[in-house]
Design a protein around this ligand. Sequence first.
Ligand SMILES: CC(C)(COP(=O)(O)OP(=O)(O)OC[C@H]1O[C@@H](n2cnc3c(N)ncnc32)[C@H](O)[C@@H]1OP(=O)(O)O)[C@@H](O)C(=O)NCCC(=O)NCCS
Length: 144
Amino acid sequence: MFQPAEAAIAVEVLDEALAGDDDYRFVGAYEGGADTLVGFACWGPTPATVGTWDLYWIAVDPAWQGKGVGSDLLHEVERRLAADCARLLVVETSSRAEYAPTRGFYERRGFRRAAVLPEYYAPGDDLVIYLKDLTHGVLATTAS
Ligand SMILES: CC(C)(COP(=O)(O)OP(=O)(O)OC[C@H]1O[C@@H](n2cnc3c(N)ncnc32)[C@H](O)[C@@H]1OP(=O)(O)O)[C@@H](O)C(=O)NCCC(=O)NCCS
C-alpha cells in the first residue's frame, strides 16, 4: 500500500533512529523470534507539545496480516509510551477505500476520528486524523 517515496522515507528515518536520533523510535515483530521481520511500528514525540506523540507507521507483511501482529506492535508502542508518560497518540491515515480495514483497526483499538482534511492527499483522498487518549481519564500533571 505504500508508495516507493514513502518506503524510502521509512528507511531514511530508520537510519536516523539507528544513528541515535531519539525523535523516531522503532519496534519490530519477528517470525518465531527468528531474524525475519514481519512488521514494524515507528513513533516519536510531537515537537512543541506536552505529552503528544505521533504513530508515524505501523505495517505488517501482507502474509502476516490479520494474525494479531499489528495488535501486538500497538500494545508494545503503548507500553513504551506509558513509560514515557505520554498523554495523546496521533495517527494519520487516508480516506481511500483500501484503507478501510486500517481505519477499522484504529477505531476498534481506542482511537477516535478527530478531524478530516478534505482532498489533502489528492482529489478524493482525504487525510483522516485519529487520536487516542493514553491517560485513561487520569488528569496528567505537568511541571510548572
Ligand atoms: C493495519 C495493520 C497494521 C494491522 O495489522 P494486523 O497484523 O493485520 O492486525 P491484527 O491482526 O492485530 O488485527 C487485525 C485487525 O485489523 C483489521 N485489518 C486491517 N487490515 C487488515 C488486513 N490487511 N488483513 C486482515 N485484517 C486487517 C482487521 O479487520 C482486524 O480487526 P479486528 O481485530 O478489530 O476485528 C496491517 O493490516 C497493515 O500493515 N496494513 C497495511 C498498512 C497500513 O495501512 N498501515 C497503517 C498506516 S501507516
